[in-house]
Design a protein around this ligand. Structure first.
Ligand code: CMP
Length: 147
């Protein structure tokens, strides 16, 4: 069944010139990019988007990192999009991914546990929350430009 998920190329991915290769990987694996936008997140965006992590010790650093430069947000669509995009990006920590999932996106373009190049929604519930955080969807399913 066709579904949608949210992908983000994070500031380290954009500044490290990984945008085109990550998008190629996405398309090669059968995803459609339904909508995309380069945006500069501010502190309020990041604190709200990552609210579930607000009590973690890494949160202040995460906010600084995610506001450090533009990100590319994309709505991806295909059958099993949520799980398939998570599988394609690999483990959260790129240093572990290099060992266990060497062909994953994070193994290839991530730097460390924080600067891990890309984001993917971790569940259907997260996907719908995260897509509607950035984009509007019309009743017919059309996605329009972001925040
Ligand atoms: P992501 O899975 O997109 O969402 C939470 C982000 O917090 C994660 O990627 C990393 O960029 C960052 N992060 C930093 N430290 C940690 C940690 N110890 N555990 C999980 N995520 C972390």
């Amino acid at each position: 069944e066709t579904e949608r998920t949210l992908a983000i190329i994070k500031p380290d991915g954009v500044s490290g010139n990984h945008t085109n290769s990550v998008k190629e990987t996405i398309l090669d694996h059968g995803f459609k990019i339904k909508e995309e936008s380069f945006i500069q997140l501010d502190e309020d965006h990041v604190k709200s988007f990552y609210a579930e992590h607000s009590s973690r010790s890494f949160f202040p650093s995460l906010v600084e990192y995610m506001t450090s430069g533009p990100v590319l947000i994309m709505v991806l669509e295909k059958g099993n999009a949520v799980a398939d995009w998570r599988a394609l990006i690999g483990p959260t920590d790129p240093l572990k991914a290099k060992v266990t999932h060497p062909h994953s996106v994070r193994a290839i373009c991530g730097l460390n546990l924080q600067n891990n190049c890309v984001h993917g929604s971790d569940s259907h519930q997260s996907a719908s929350r995260e897509i509607s955080f950035f984009f509007k969807t019309t009743p017919s399913g059309q996605i329009t430009k972001p925040i």
